[in-house]
Every structure is written in C-alpha cells, then in structure tokens.
Design a protein around this ligand. Sequence first.
Ligand code: ZN
Length: 284
Amino acid sequence: MSEEQPVAYEVRGSTAVVTMDRADYRNAQNSKMTYALDAAFQRAVDDDSVKVIVLGGSGKHFSAGHDIGTPGRDVEVHYDNEAIIWWDHVGRDGGDLRYAREMEVYLGMCRRWREIPKPTIAMVQGACIAGGLMLAFVCDLIVASDDAFFGDPVVRMGIPGVEYFAHPWVIGPRAAKEILFTGDRFSAQRAYEWGMVNRVVQRDSLEDETFAIAARIAEMPRFGLALTKRAVNQCEDAMGMRNGMDSVFGLHHFAHAHNAETGADSLGGMNAKSMKDSAKESAT
Ligand code: ZN
C-alpha cells in the first residue's frame, strides 16, 4: 500500500527512478515521504551504476504540494534531522516549532537535494503545485507533459511563496510576481517559454522522452557531470539565489507568525480543500 511506502525506487539501466507514490492524495508530501525521498536519493548517489536520477510521481499528478490535510499528515512525528543541525521540532510550539521544522523538511531538504552530485530530472505530469513546484525547482532539468500545470498559490495564505524561494531565478522576476500575485496555475507551455521547463512532450511519451534525455546524459563521465552541476549551481548562487532565499525565508516565517498571531493558525485559515477550490487556470 502506498501509505507504507510513499516512495518507490528502481534502476533502469544507468538511471534511477524515484517515484512519489501517494497517488490517492495527489502525491501530497508528508514527512514520511520527505525522508523516503531522501533515502532514495542517497541510495542513487551511492550506486556507482547510476548516472542520472529521475524524480516522478505516480498517478495523474506529479505532486499537489505539502501535506496539509491527508490522514497520513505527520507533522508531530519525530524523524531524525538529516538536512540541518538543529533541535527537533516535535514538542515545541509557535515559531520555535515552525522554524525548526521548515528549515529541516522544506528548505533544508530541498537544498540538500539540489546538491545531489548526479544530474536529476523532474518528470512532471498533472499538478505540480507549491511543495511540488519546490521539488521540480530542485531538479536540474524538468520534462513536462502537455497536461502538466504549475503554481504557487500560498499568497492566499498571506505567505510570500513557498519555502524554497527559487522563483525569481528560475522564471525571472516579472513572471514570478505574476504567478505569485495571482496564484493562478500556469501551463507547461508557459513554463517552457519562461525557460523553466526543458521539454514539453505528449503525456503518453513523457517517460520515453525523459529516459531518452537521461540516457544521453549518462554517456558523459560521472565526475565531469558532478563538477558541471556544481559549476552551474555555484553560478546560480553567485546570482544571489542562496542569499535571496535566506532573506525570503525570514519573510515567510514572519507571515506564518503574523497568521498565527492574528488568526486561527499559521496557514491563514486555509486548508487543502479551500486552496484547491480557489485554484484557477491562468487565462493565458
Ligand atoms: Zn512554511
């Protein structure tokens, strides 16, 4: 059952395939999935026969985001921190809880996965929203099917974007403002035009196209790929991404705290259903 194993792992030739496997919940990411993803990535890094890692989602959607309401939501469950050195969030309250938890499972894990020394490809179909968008941002390449749609609607919660705030660097400041200000979904085609997505392919050829690119990359030397990935990442950070993300993480937590201080909870009273109901397709 998917609840026991939220992530599937297999190796096809020189490509490891890491698959989010909570299709019944549109692959909403709970902490169990986060740590299962981390274990799968570590396994792929440690396997010398693996040259490229593909990250996908089972079912109709890549990922609808962080788990903010399924029966498997596990905010209060203890997992050993893997991404940062900080005390565990369980048993704490207020900003102490949120800051510890989000540094570890959101910002910290995403940064850790961005530094995976092997090329990663997000293989995206259907919804890729908020926490799902973070995972796609983290990957080196994105291959999207023509039914894929993206979005970061958390401004509806009064929060200035998801925790891994790569938007201005990945899609440019103006597009970032548009998708954040409106909260609207944007299509794979628009994401392609903004330079966020490498290929838009037909839904039924998504796997074939993704694995063809992976096989092409796998012809390159392992260490050369690792250094090249690091080279581009370092330049992205020299463009301010890491520092910018750190400063925005403070705004993000200020928003959580403001919500908690003035309203019902840190999410501005929104839940998975109200977020889904308010989602609209972008007009263009
Ligand atoms: Zn947050």
